[in-house]
Design a protein around this ligand. Structure first.
Ligand SMILES: Cc1cc2nc3c(=O)[nH]c(=O)nc-3n(C[C@H](O)[C@H](O)[C@H](O)COP(=O)(O)OP(=O)(O)OC[C@H]3O[C@@H](n4cnc5c(N)ncnc54)[C@H](O)[C@@H]3O)c2cc1C
Length: 569
């Protein structure tokens, strides 16, 4: 998700971009090949109003609109469509990056082998981003990297082991199963492990039958890159052993269930972390990470798994509390020694403890959007990633991210002239929060206008203005869980959130008359920028006419002729 969001952001911000991706489907661990559900700072909805916005929110809401049946192939298609039909973006699927041409401290090109065409493809570029999870830029371009766990003293991390080691978290193979209407026998393969009684699985309780168990995990004791093939073999022995246990060695209600899918490409949690100018650590996370170059945020707990994984007799994970969302600096998202290299996702510059929180995919997606946006800025201005982390460049990047509906803790968006000068009014309620620069509720601060369907909000100027665009951020309930998951729906949303505005119109006052200039009857997205040709109006109104179910409608942003405050092109 980090790489996809990076590529989309760069392309949308005007940079000609290539996404080289080694698999047939996008999304990494979130794809149909691995089926890990995307989590983030909201900790499964436990932290209110904390869900990630920006590109990841757009993709998840699009998925809800077309995929109520919760099909991973449909989700794969949502991601494919986003990349394949994005202007400025060339998508190279099935293309595995295996080498780089390095010129001094810079990467000049990277080369990949495309499985389907048997072509070797070399891509030359000004800037590169490594979002490969395993940090491919380390072996092929000499990017400085770390592996394993820092000792407690190096960064003062109480959650780190006393002494450093080279162990990591492991990798997993999940499975999916489905119920049928009659008993279904299961004979395990001869090579599967046998778990006869629950005591064979200490601290590990098979619960839901639908989507496998994250604690079927191995590989942290060895080399989580070089040993992957052997580790997969062992994981499959455990997966089939657990399914045998559920079917044949206890009362789990699994009699009518059948295995539907088994993950053959292990999903990885940890291997290399590329080193940037800053290594995000436990103290940064606990103190809220207020950096001058904050470009993303996290909030998942510091969730460390023992390297022994499944065979570790203690608990399969230890959770360190993260008191609030925390900022992630741009300095953790570019390489310290390779001058034109960005990184995002689990290979970003963090300590082991730091990445135990940042590794979730909602957070990775935000880092990705941040480096894609920053890369477009750097390309447009001829800057290195390091030069983007201070001065006017970082302010432009932060403002552009917020203009694209990203939330940056502690920062506010600046609006352009027309939004600032408008006299705001509304048929009900106070509309001023719409331009306070914060696009979501933060603790008790509402930052929104509330009304009922049919109410309106107005921006008025002293004289007619040329209206080129109107940008709106509606409420999509950032406390809800909307990512695709095979877990029982429970409190997960499997269709468009009911809070979201379904029908709305934009009206313009032209020569003293109100005229509709845009209307929609089935909106499914939170963040909309509507563009206009030839509209000169003394006022505009947003009229939300219906929601997807709620009685109240809520809007966080209403802006005119935005973004970008500053274009990178
Ligand atoms: C079983 C399991 C459960 C987890 N649970 C959760 C969870 O519930 N929620 C959550 O958010 N996170 C969870 N995680 C963690 C999360 O999945 C990872 O930390 C996350 O996938 C990292 O994202 P990424 O984008 O950095 O890397 P990845 O998702 O690994 O994506 C990297 C992409 O780069 C591609 N790539 C790699 N090398 C190359 C190359 N040389 N050339 C071209 N392309 C390449 C890969 O094919 C892949 O698509 C879990 C992980 C596991 C294994």
């Amino acid at each position: 998700m980090a790489g996809l969001c990076a590529a989309l952001a760069a392309a949308r911000c005007g940079a000609r971009t290539v996404l080289m991706h080694e698999r047939p489907v996008l999304g990494g661990n979130a794809s149909g090949e691995c089926r890990v559900h995307i989590c983030g700072a909201d900790q499964h909805g436990a932290r209110p109003d904390a869900r990630e916005t920006g590109i990841i929110e757009e993709l998840l809401l699009k998925n809800l609109a077309v995929n109520p049946q919760r099909s991973y192939s449909v989700w794969d298609t949502v991601l494919y469509e986003a990349a394949r039909y994005q202007r400025n973006l060339s998508l190279l699927l099935n293309c595995s990056c295996h080498s780089a041409r390095v010129d001094g401290a810079r990467i000049a090109s990277v080369t990949g082998w495309q499985l389907t065409t048997q072509k070797t493809i070399e891509v030359e570029a000004q800037l590169f981003a490594d979002c490969s999870g395993d940090g491919i830029a380390a072996p092929i371009a000499g990017a400085e990297a770390r592996r394993g766990r820092e000792g407690r003293d190096e960064f003062g991390e109480s959650l780190a082991p006393q002494t450093p080691d080279d162990k990591t978290m492991g990798m997993s193979c999940l499975f999916c199963a489905r119920p049928t209407d009659r008993p279904q026998p299961f004979t395990p393969p001869a090579w599967a492990y046998t778990f006869e009684k629950p005591e064979d699985l200490p601290h590990r309780r098979p619960g839901n039958l639908e989507c496998g168990y994250w604690w079927i995990e191995l590989g942290g004791d060895g080399d989580s890159i070089a040993d992957t093939e052997e580790t997969r073999d062992e994981l499959l022995r455990i997966v089939y052993g657990i399914w045998d246990h559920l079917k044949n060695h206890g009362d789990y209600g699994a009699e009518n269930w059948v295995l539907d899918w088994v993950q053959f490409l292990p999903g990885k949690r940890e291997s290399r972390r590329l080193v940037g100018d800053h290594l995000l650590c436990q103290a940064d996370i606990e103190s809220g990470g207020r950096f001058p170059d904050t470009v993303a945020y996290g909030g998942w707990s510091m969730d460390q798994h023992p390297p022994g994984g499944f065979w570790h007799s203690g608990r399969p994970a230890e959770f360190g509390e993260v008191p609030d969302v925390y900022g992630i600096p741009l300095r953790s998202l570019y390489s310290r020694n390779v001058e034109n290299l960005w990184m995002a996702g689990r290979n970003a510059s963090c300590t082991h403890v730091g990445m135990s929180s940042t590794r979730v995919m909602g957070t990775g997606a935000l880092m990705g959007q941040a480096i894609g946006t920053a890369a477009a800025c750097a390309a447009g201005k001829g800057l290195t990633p390091r030069e983007c982390s201070s001065g006017q460049a970082i302010r432009s990047i932060q403002q552009r991210l917020m203009a694209d509906d990203c939330y940056l803790p502690g920062l506010r968006r600046d609006f352009g002239d027309l939004t600032r000068r408008a006299a705001l009014s509304a048929s009900t309620g106070d509309p001023e929060p719409l331009r306070d620069g914060v696009n979501r509720q933060v603790h008790q601060d509402d930052h929104s206008w509330h009304g009922r369907p049919g109410d309106w909000i107005e921006c008025r100027w002293d004289s007619p203005q040329e209206i080129r665009s109107v940008t709106v951020a509606f409420d999509s309930n950032l406390s809800g869980q909307i990512s695709l998951s095979y877990h029982s729906p429970g409190n997960r949303c499997t269709s468009t959130p009911e809070e979201l505005a379904k029908e709305f119109s934009i009206q313009a006052e032209i020569d003293g008359q109100w005229r509709p200039v845009h209307s929609e009857d089935d909106n499914r997205l939170r963040f909309r920028t509507l563009t206009f040709d030839d509209v000169k109006a003394s006022a505009i109104r947003l009229v939300p006419q219906a929601t997807h179910g709620s009685e109240e409608v809520r809007v966080f942003t209403l802006a005119v002729n935005e973004p970008p405050p500053e274009s990178f092109e």
